[in-house]
Design a protein around this ligand. Structure first.
Ligand code: NAD
Length: 511
């Protein structure tokens, strides 16, 4: 690990351009076997600032070899020794907080202060997984008289992890932990759009874990597909979009083996606002829930659909607009920036096309949506857009944009509003805003989503199962459910014989 002088004037040079980034295979930092590397762009300027190994199937096979070789020894270590490795890893993450936050700001475009926060919020995950793993028990089941039935678990072996682009360091730190602590070894594929912090974290895994326990590869869809289709990878944890999730389920099946696949996918999350709310608090909640100052709204959990009762509708829209005016859009690694660029020009084009479609389909663009003033020419900046008068038949009202675009719907009739909330195939998260307890819980119960907040939004609480309903996912993370999902479960049945005659035989006087 390179030591970095914190007093620097050019973070791009210091944290990225002057550094080497390699993959981790079998405890060694390596290049792709082909020697190929792909350019890494800084979304704040559009400039090439580094490169990362461009792996192919041969590299994935080498990573799976290493993980398979290391697995029996890792499982044999026992949970306390595995926790000790995780504790060492935690210390290294802390020591590298500034470096990792800066890399994500430069490579991903998220504001650096938010990325420091991403490192800090890993803390409950380290302690939480250790506590769950220590308290993991089996069951004794009274299924029949005279027999003993008990459960036991075993790790799957080699696990594949594929992550999304929007919180790279956070995913690379937290997502492997439940699979590792249960005795699996890992092949993790970094996002091809935001690769560098995952590779830097690979260096920390190399220091903290035995060789081969964690392997990190970088590349695009071909590399992900090689992980998914390998017969030796029995369990896959995926975070990404619905189309890729569907493809992964299909490709996993085409490998000819039954694989256990968990999917954390997209959302078009509704925030439902009743007329009795404290307006100021609800508006702050709507903006906070968009994750604009964390990742430009590029979050699966963002409340990108806000359904506001008509009695407070105009005041709500006006207050959101005036509060959004206070945000400064700019270079992600400058301290004064509130909102950074989106991840790439391709993604900026996609978001801008949604903004155009909103105008064409009749929504009112209240503010934003253009290019902010004073930002670097090549950067992928979009002034946070606020749309009013949005309806479910508009693309901005029903499709995940994954960017700085908030769509506000107006409602009067409760049942019609609920039909709109539940009228999509997506069902990741939602929030309900009212001071009436009965209304809050009745509505939370009626909403088809995996994670529902009342008078709050977007926050995760380690230990509570996170995941999507409907097409937003399969399985639950961040909870004991996830820990158990990395273990195969087995029931052992013991037929107990007649103890009386066994005793008589055993204790009979010897001849
Ligand atoms: P994506 O689906 O484009 O890519 C995700 C990962 O899959 C990347 O690492 C990519 O390289 C890899 N990949 C692409 N094609 C593949 C293939 N054929 N086989 C295997 N791997 C393949 O998603 P993204 O653009 O990185 O992230 C945005 C999406 O992720 C949004 O839809 C967002 O809602 C979702 N997301 C969900 C959660 C959640 O927890 N539910 C969290 C973050 C992001």
């Amino acid at each position: 690990m390179t030591t970095i002088d914190p007093v620097q004037t050019d973070p791009v040079q210091t944290y990225v351009a002057s550094q080497d980034f390699a993959m981790l295979v079998g405890g060694r930092l390596v290049e792709a076997a082909s020697g190929e590397r792909r350019d890494v762009h800084d979304p704040s300027t559009g400039r090439v600032v580094s490169s990362a190994p461009a792996a192919d199937r041969a590299d994935v096979e080498a990573a799976i070899d290493a993980a398979a070789d290391a697995q029996p020894g890792w499982e044999a270590l026992g949970v306390d020794e595995r926790i000790a490795c995780i504790e060492r890893f935690r210390e290294l993450v802390h020591a590298n907080r500034e470096r990792l936050a800066m890399i994500d700001a430069i490579d991903c475009g998220n504001p650096v202060e938010a990325m420091r926060g991403d490192i800090d919020i890993c803390e409950p995950y380290f302690a939480g997984w250790a506590a769950f793993a220590k308290s993991l028990t089996g069951d004794v089941i009274p299924a029949s008289p005279g027999n003993l039935h008990y459960t036991a678990h075993r790790p799957y072996g080699v696990v594949g992890r594929i992550t999304a682009f929007n919180h790279p360091a956070f995913y690379a730190i937290t997502r492997p932990l439940p699979s590792l602590i249960t005795g699996n070894t890992l092949v993790m594929k970094a996002s091809d759009e935001t690769t560098l912090s995952t590779l830097a974290i690979g260096e920390l895994y190399a220091e903290a874990f035995p060789p081969g326990v964690v392997n990190v590869v970088s590349g695009g869809a071909t590399v992900g597909d090689a992980v998914v289709t390998s017969p030796r990878v029995k369990r896959i944890g995926f975070t990404g979009s619905v189309p890729t999730g569907l493809l992964i389920q299909r490709r996993a099946a085409e490998s000819g083996h039954v694989k256990h696949v968990s999917l954390e996918l997209g959302g078009k999350n509704a925030m439902v606002v009743f007329p009795d709310v404290d307006l100021e608090q609800a508006v702050e909640g709507a903006i906070f829930g968009m994750n604009l100052t964390v990742c430009q709204g590029q979050s699966c959990g963002s409340n990108s659909r806000v359904l506001v009762h008509s009695r407070i509708y105009d005041d709500f829209v006006n207050l959101v607009a005036s509060k959004l005016d206070r945000y400064r859009v700019g270079v992600a690694y400058e301290a004064t920036t509130d909102v950074g660029p989106v991840v790439s020009q391709v993604h900026a084009d996609r978001v801008n096309a949604y903004i155009d479609s909103g105008v064409q389909e009749g929504a009112t663009l209240v503010r934003g949506g253009g290019r902010p003033e004073g930002v670097p020419d090549g950067g992928h900046f979009i002034e946070p857009a606020l749309f009013a008068d949005v309806t479910l038949d508009m693309r901005i009202g029903r499709e995940e944009i994954f960017g700085p675009v908030m769509s506000i719907f107006r409602w009067d009739d409760y049942d019609t509003m609920l039909d709109e909330v539940n009228g999509l195939d997506l069902g990741l998260a939602a929030s309900v805003w009212t001071n009436d307890l009965d209304v809050a819980h009745k509505t939370a119960d009626a909403i088809q989503a995996g994670y529902v907040w009342i008078n709050d939004s977007t926050r995760h609480y380690f230990g509570t199962p996170f995941g999507g309903a409907k097409d937003s996912g399969l399985g639950r993370e961040e909870s004991v459910d996830e820990l158990r999902s990395f273990l195969e479960h087995k029931v052992v049945h013991t037929r107990l014989g007649d103890a009386r005659s066994a005793l008589d035989r055993l204790l009979a006087p010897s001849r």
